[in-house]
Ligand binder design. Structure first.
Ligand SMILES: [Zn+2]
Length: 322
């Protein structure tokens, strides 16, 4: 952190992704996507964050249509839904035609909810665009032609890494481990917000309103109040997504890259600055919290989420976490 944040209040727009989590992710028996979504939606309202945009892909609705209730619960609580594609695949895994079909499939499932929002937003799965500028340009044109604006992510905290460890800690009924995972989730959210804010400041010469991401997970259900509280203590001011979108950090387009990077990280790469990201050792520590046989975090992602997705799409499995 370069400076006490009390002297430089940060503006952030909160967004929540994938409150119906990716197919293959384990979830503790006491939770469903709908109960988690209701809880996260209520927490946001408790903090005056009505009208928060949520971006959840729709793949699981094919086999489990009951999860549409999670989308309905989100909107009924006063929040908005954007298009996050159907399959949640990296753009490079899809031809242009396949991408358009996938986008339209998501609209078939939740288009009525997207239309009900004040503005139609789209978010790339994992905030990843293709390495080809031409390819991305085609997608952006398609989005614009359909009345959509891309809502990027300019602050994240690798919260994907906590989902399986928290599932293990809950399954093991290890309350000490559960608290350890929760505490680290909150601390990491705060630390990574500062890292992104410092990078934005270095890039733009002043603080920029950041679009912050948290996923709609069991652990977010249990830590979001503490995270928002910690942000307020740091002098954070919450702003609507529309307001954050008026700053070039969010509406301008950094050069496309293939790596697992968010929008702000891509600006940093283009400027020759280090990517704001979680230290590798810390990430390793998180991934291995609450160990349990047969439930390795990265194996779950690789074998249960990404490989089956690649198989469905008929493409070679090609994923790099760096
Ligand atoms: Zn997502």
């Amino acid at each position: 952190m370069t400076k006490n944040t009390a002297e430089r209040p940060l503006k952030i727009a909160v967004t929540v992704d994938d409150f119906v989590l990716w197919d293959g992710m384990p979830m503790s028996a006491d939770a469903t996507p709908t109960t988690i979504t209701r809880s996260v939606a209520q927490t946001l309202n408790d903090y005056g964050l009505g009208g928060t945009y949520g971006f959840s892909h729709t793949y699981r609705l094919d086999q489990e249509p009951e999860h549409l209730a999670a989308f309905d619960a989100w909107v009924e609580a006063g929040h908005h839904v954007g298009n996050h594609t159907h399959e949640h695949a990296p753009l490079r895994w899809m031809s242009d035609a396949a991408f358009r079909r996938d986008f339209e499939t998501a609209e078939k499932h939740i288009g009525h909810l997207i239309e009900a929002a004040p503005r139609k937003y789209f978010r790339y799965p994992m905030d990843m665009c293709s390495g080809s500028e031409q390819r991305r340009g085609e997608v952006e044109q398609y989005l614009a032609d359909n009345g959509y604006t891309n809502a990027p992510i300019t602050s994240w905290f690798s919260d994907f890494a906590f989902i399986v460890p928290y599932f293990r800690a809950l399954t093991l009924r290890d309350s000490e481990a559960q608290k350890q995972v929760r505490d680290m989730h909150v601390a990491t959210a705060v630390e990574m917000l500062h890292k992104h804010a410092d990078t934005a400041r270095a890039l733009f010469g002043a603080d920029a309103p950041l679009i912050w991401l948290v996923h709609g997970t069991t652990i977010a259900r249990d830590t979001l109040p503490a995270i928002l509280e910690a942000f307020l203590e740091q002098g954070v001011e919450f702003v609507p997504l529309d307001e954050a979108m008026r700053h070039p950090v969010n509406y301008a387009m950094p050069p496309a890259v293939e790596s697992f990077s968010n929008h702000l990280q891509r600006f940093a790469i283009a400027a020759g600055l280090p990517k704001p990201e979680l230290e590798y050792e810390r990430l390793g520590e998180i991934l291995h919290l609450a160990p349990m046989a047969g439930s390795d975090t990265m194996e779950v992602y690789e074998n249960e989420v990404f490989k089956p997705m690649a198989k469905r799409l008929g493409v070679a499995y090609d994923w790099d976490w760096s």
